[in-house]
Write a protein that binds this ligand. Structure first.
Ligand code: PHE
Length: 439
């Protein structure tokens, strides 16, 4: 029997909620951002520290968000209003809304590039290009700001349309089929990438940690990337928690989503770096890395036209299931806190984000600032407040009750509590202050 409030939808089965949360988590963060940040951060050592952060910070923050959502049966603002002793905790929700604005703005630009690559693949414009020509193609895409702005707005408009109509669940139905397909294409890409001459240098770059590269800056980047990729620290996952049945395991859900997310990111790295090295491209290309490297692989494989086209279409869809969850945070805020109608809330939010997105399309400085401020500052700070809330403010009984509401004893509970009370808050604070140069 479900103990959820009767009028709140809940996902009918375990796969439903995992697919939906994974839809938010898996996106450009895994395939575009992870490889490029890793490439700029020196490779293997970044990977190790990234995985460490996912385990000791990411999973506990995700469990905390899920349990807040399921306990309150509300999205992030209502949840803190219901569970928190003082309204100051609203700050988590407000910071989340701020982060959603910034992230959606630059995210839409990258999704706009992805759409342009769908078009370029469709018209077969990338076929036969040399590695240098492909670099030039990306530079042209980036330089043509008007066109970039056009595709950016197209993507954002699509996101708004889906959120306004409230048909995310419909989209999520397809993602259950489409995301495994994206996974399969990445596997095919990996096979081709690894069989290129000179591929092993890329594997070495990815898996041979050079610890001299681990500066405090790189460590902060890894933390920010973990938060960004898992969609945590801003309340997105709180909302998903409110839809999970009491009979489901929160720990199991957090673990499955984090595992799927990390596997996709690592696989994207295994597809990209061997090819980048084989084609003589620098791993620290920056934001163009995936767009420059992958078409080289498509050009060197049987059926490259179909694979390339399908890949960029699926990447757009992966981006869409993430952008929907971002816009949903803002719309929930506008409807729940400011009492706006859903359609009005959607269009106002989209108009403001659209202006910010156009600014990002025109200025790579603003793009970078939005990216860094949200991933490296707002999300870790949100995560810090969330674990402090669950660890120190909710009391030790309530979180346990919620986690064990599925009727099974959570043997990991004491470990979890120790992490959210001490390990995660201290780690986030240290990485944060050091990365910003404050200590
Ligand atoms: N996790 C998403 C991705 O990797 C981006 C995202 C961040 C979505 C924060 C929601 C909240 O593409």
């Amino acid at each position: 029997m479900s103990l959820n409030t009767p009028n709140r939808d809940s996902f009918t089965n375990k796969f439903g909620i995992i697919a939906a949360a994974a839809g938010s988590a898996i996106g450009l963060g895994n395939i575009w951002r992870f490889p490029y940040v890793l490439g700029e951060s020196g490779g293997g050592a970044f990977l190790l520290i990234y995985i460490l952060f996912v385990i000791i910070i990411g999973v506990p923050v995700m469990i905390s968000e899920l349990l807040i959502g399921r306990k309150a049966q509300l999205s992030v603002f209502g949840a803190f209003r219901k569970l928190a002793p003082s309204q100051h905790w609203n700050l988590v929700g407000v910071m989340g809304v701020g982060a959603a604005f910034l992230i959606l703005a630059f995210y839409s630009v990258v999704a706009g590039w992805t759409l342009q690559y769908v078009y370029l693949s469709l018209t077969n414009s990338l076929a036969g290009s040399t590695p240098n020509e492909l670099i030039a193609v990306f530079e042209r895409v980036q330089a043509n700001k008007g066109l970039s702005a056009f595709w950016t707005i197209l993507f954002l408009g699509g996101t708004a349309f889906i959120v306004r109509a409230g048909i995310e669940k419909g989209i999520e139905k397809y993602t259950k089929i489409l995301m495994p397909l994206l996974f399969l294409i990445i596997l095919v890409l990996i096979i081709r990438s690894l069989t290129l001459d000179g591929a092993s240098a890329g594997l070495k770059f990815l898996f041979n940690p050079d610890f001299s590269k681990l500066t405090s800056d790189v460590i902060l980047e890894a933390l920010g990337q973990a938060f960004f990729s898992l969609s945590i620290g801003m309340g997105v996952i709180v909302t998903y928690g409110s839809y999970i049945k009491k009979s489901e395991s929160l720990g199991g859900t957090a673990l499955s989503v984090s595992l799927a997310d990390t596997i996709i990111a690592v696989l994207a790295g295994i597809a990209i770096f061997p090819a980048a090295f084989a084609f003589g491209m620098a791993p620290d290309q920056g934001p163009g890395l995936v767009f420059i490297t992958l078409p080289n692989i498509f050009n060197k494989m049987v059926g490259g036209y179909v694979f390339g086209l399908l890949f960029f279409i699926l990447l757009t869809i992966a981006a869409l299931t993430s952008s929907i969850s971002l816009l949903e945070v803002v719309v929930a805020y506008f409807t729940e806190e400011l009492n706006l109608l859903r359609s009005r809330a959607t269009w106002i939010a989209t108009a403001v984000i659209g202006i910010l997105a156009i600014i990002c399309a025109f200025s790579s400085n603003v793009f970078n600032i939005f990216d860094k401020v949200s991933s490296n500052i707002l999300l870790p700070l949100g995560g810090l407040l969330i674990v402090i809330f669950v660890g120190w403010v909710m009391g030790s009984k309530k979180p346990r009750e919620e986690i064990e509401a599925d009727g099974r004893k959570a043997h990991y509970y004491n470990g979890f509590l120790f992490i959210i009370k001490f390990v995660a808050p201290i780690a986030i604070t240290l990485v944060f202050l050091k990365g910003l140069g404050w200590i």
